[in-house]
Write a protein that binds this ligand. Structure first.
Ligand SMILES: [Zn+2]
Ligand SMILES: [Zn+2]
Length: 116
């Protein structure tokens, strides 16, 4: 797993400029600074996530959509949202169920008509 280099190269810690052994590819810091750097990168990532959440919040009502049921304009965070409210969503669900029933019976009627 661990390859030791016969003639170890020397490098300088990116943080404290102390001379360290370049004992594996990608070594940038001395042992002390590596811990700090790791912590810092974690904090940076955390900040980034926080910033991202804030931007999302700022753009919360980004999409302007027309409700498929009542035609009312509404703003949504999600591109895929089709209805202005749960009520309209429910109404649509009922309509679809009703339509499915009609289609089902249409097929029955059709089959009765064709199979005399
Ligand atoms: Zn260092
Ligand atoms: Zn609606």
């Amino acid at each position: 797993m661990y390859h030791s280099i016969k003639n170890p190269l020397k490098t300088k810690c990116r943080k404290c400029r102390k001379e360290i052994l370049f004992d594996h590819a990608g070594r940038l810091y001395c042992k002390v600074c590596a811990v700090i750097a790791h912590k810092e990168s974690r904090e940076r990532a955390h900040k980034k996530r926080k910033q991202y959440r804030l931007t999302v919040k700022a753009n919360k009502f980004h999409y302007h959509k027309d409700c498929r049921v009542c035609g009312e304009q509404f703003e949504s965070t999600r591109k895929t949202r089709k209805y202005c409210s749960d009520k309209c969503k429910d109404v649509n669900f009922r309509i679809e169920r009703y339509m499915n029933k009609i289609i089902k019976y249409q097929d029955k009627i059709q089959s009765l008509l064709t199979n005399k």
